[in-house]
Design a protein around this ligand. Structure first.
Ligand code: HSE
Length: 409
């Protein structure tokens, strides 16, 4: 029997405990041993919980218990999660986490410490909830150079956008539903403003390109400014609006990473990914496009990824060294606005700014329309050009929206 400790008894933590009980025999067969949760760490009391005798508020009890071989961290936030995991790794215990903020901020350091101590730091659940993506990237696709990663990485915003597109539901109502369903972060601004997607694309880019990508270096936009008008113009141009995280290498060896809403053409495999579902497209130089699709948030999908990692820790012979990247400093990220894009722009039309003037200014645009189009505004697609040039050309316009169009290859 292997003893583990679970730090945090929220949505995911309780899911881990329940899943270990529900699927105990299959899990034991795959781990070749039974797994027992010896401790649950939480600052709150759970007097009615069936495993109330397992609760402790003292991490020292866990780290000093030599029987505990794996620590599962599902508390969220960087501190004290980082401090607990560091202590655990140094004490020779493997660690599993669903905490994308922690991995995106401290991944390189934690991976190095795990390696130095001959144990593992695994984080499959940190990206894509129940979708296997971390393990495929460093194992199944290991023979590839990764040319591109593009994904819908946040269930909450995809749920909100789907409700806006399909039911014309107001943003706030859709967000409330996502919170009730347990998809949203404790502070849902991390979802809505793109930070959660940013952390996830940083983890994928770090793993794919071998160098830690820090979230603060990544151009990140959320979906707060997307309106039903944008959704309708997009629909009439054969696109849906999605929040997309993207990463690839640039010609000068840097890493391009960006998060923002995008008009996704119907031909793209990402366009039909709705509700809480996530999808991650990985373009390998040998495989071509591979798409990973599934539930990107929620109690049991995320718990499934966590428990899978626990089983891997138990089965591993020492450190799994293909799961690794280095901390290469903070000058490894490319300036995102030098990339060429097609841009959707919605702006006010008035005496000074006519459709003709817009067309001339941008060297030819494609105007869009929808049935309920408001008077006094225009929406159009630019030609493909560097985003910084589009920004210069758009100076002087009363901008209502500016959304990139995702290239579908
Ligand atoms: N809040 C996240 C989401 C949870 O909506 O995708 C899973 O990381």
């Amino acid at each position: 029997m292997i003893e583990i400790a679970v730090l945090g008894h929220g949505v995911v933590g309780s899911g881990v405990a329940e899943l270990l009980l529900k699927n105990a025999s299959g899990i034991a067969r795959r781990a070749k041993t039974e797994i027992n949760v010896k401790y649950i760490l939480d600052i709150r009391d759970f007097p009615d919980c069936p495993y109330k005798d397992k609760f402790t508020k003292d991490f020292d009890v866990i780290v000093k218990d030599a029987d505990v071989k794996v620590i599962v961290e599902v508390m969220g936030g960087v501190h004290p999660a980082y401090d607990y995991i560091m202590q655990g790794l140094r004490a020779g215990k493997s660690a599993v986490t669903s905490n994308k903020e922690l991995v995106a901020e401290k991944g390189a350091e934690l991976l190095k410490t795990a390696k130095e101590n001959g144990v593992n730091f695994l984080f499959e659940a940190s990206v894509g909830g129940g979708i296997p993506i971390i393990r495929p990237l460093h194992q199944c696709l290991a023979a590839n150079e990764i040319d591109e990663i593009a994904g819908i990485l946040n269930g909450t915003t995809n749920f909100i956008l789907t409700k806006m597109i399909k039911e014309s539901m107001p943003f706030d109502d859709a967000l409330k539903m996502a919170q009730e369903l347990g998809y949203a972060e404790a502070d849902p601004t991390a979802d809505v403003d793109g930070h959660d997607s940013c952390r996830k694309i940083c983890i994928l880019a770090s793993l794919a390109f071998g160098s830690h990508v820090y979230p603060e270096l990544v151009h990140t936009e959320g979906i707060r400014n997307i309106t039903l008008d944008d959704v309708l113009y997009a629909g009439n141009s054969g696109c849906v609006v999605k929040l997309i995280g993207q990463a690839h290498r640039t010609g000068d060896g840097k890493i391009f990473v960006r998060v923002g809403p995008a008009l996704v053409p119907h031909e793209s495999q990402l366009s039909s990914v709705d509700d809480v579902f996530n999808a991650i497209l990985v373009r390998g130089d040998s495989t071509g496009d591979v798409v990973f699709y599934g539930k990107g948030a929620g109690k049991f999908p995320t718990a499934s990824a966590v428990v899978g990692d626990v089983i891997d820790c138990i089965n591993a012979r020492g450190n799994i060294d293909s799961l690794y990247w280095t901390d290469s400093g903070k000058d490894n990220v490319a300036y995102a606005k030098s990339e060429s894009v097609v841009m959707y722009i919605r702006c006010a039309i008035n005496r000074d700014v006519s459709a003709e003037k817009i067309n001339d200014k941008f060297g030819g645009v494609t105007f869009l329309s929808h049935d309920g189009q408001r008077p006094g505004e225009a929406a159009f697609l630019t030609a493909k050009m560097p985003e910084c040039e589009i920004d210069e050309l758009a100076e002087g316009l009363s901008l209502l929206s500016k959304i990139r169009v995702l290239e579908s290859e």
